[in-house]
Design a binder for this molecule. Sequence first.
Ligand code: 76R
Length: 248
Amino acid sequence: MVEPVETMDGWYSLHDFRTIDWTSWKLASEEERKEAITDIQQLLAKWDETEEAKNGSHVLYNIIGQKADLMFMFLRPTTNELAAIETAINKSKMGEFLIPAHSYFSVVELSKYRPYKEEHPELIPEVAKRLRPILPKWEHICFYPMDRRRYGDENWYTLEKDVRAKLLYEHSMTGRKYAGKVSQIITGSIGFDDWEWGVTLFAHDPLQFKKIVYEMRFDEVSSKYGEFGEFFVGNYLSNQDIVSFLEI
Ligand code: 76R
């Protein structure tokens, strides 16, 4: 039967991309730059506390290329918290030197294509942990949005549910080959943002992004039914790294 799949939805997600206004940054006094760095450190320390209390998670990466300089990814239980984070960045001294570059709003999503014997699989500890994940602090990140195709005969949304389940199962077998090399978080954004899903991948070696995405292009679920948006790739910035990144 052509019917939707039930999803399990976890923490809300915001990918927040910023470009540094280097000209203003360099023209600012040393005092102003110090204030801005202190502000961003205070925000990071506050977000670290939230993460330690398991009330959310975040990471910061330095994006390669001209699409942005920084990408924050935030996970929080409510959309209010995500909006408050955005406002806090904008109101901070550092915010004066950040130009919004892009953003993506979604929610951590797991689907129930795989049959569960439990009535409430979202309560299984491993599932609960995947719905409210602590983001890995791996060296590299790759983010891109995607859709499932709806053209003529290549229409994901007219496929029967068990056919979609089979195609996603095959997809997951390709994914499993990258265990330990690529860690993935799928966030759903139907009704939230311009694409249907956000794909966030973490890796120790950036080449693994190219390898997994290439290999998956040959899985039917991607070759026939995948449409892809812009890719953003970056290098991890620890709370210390961001200070040296900003130093003139
Ligand atoms: O339940 C599970 O999470 C395991 C099975 C699984 C599903 C249902 C799975 C496994 N994925 C699922 C769903 Mn995935 N995934 C992507 C991309 O570039 C591309 O071609 C696609 C981008 C990657 C790289 C990837 C990686 N996956 C989805 C969905 C929702 C589909 C829907 O509902 O229509 C999307 C959009 C999507 C896209 N996937 C895995 C991986 C990896 C590495 C795995 C194996 C994870 C593991 O078993 O540890």
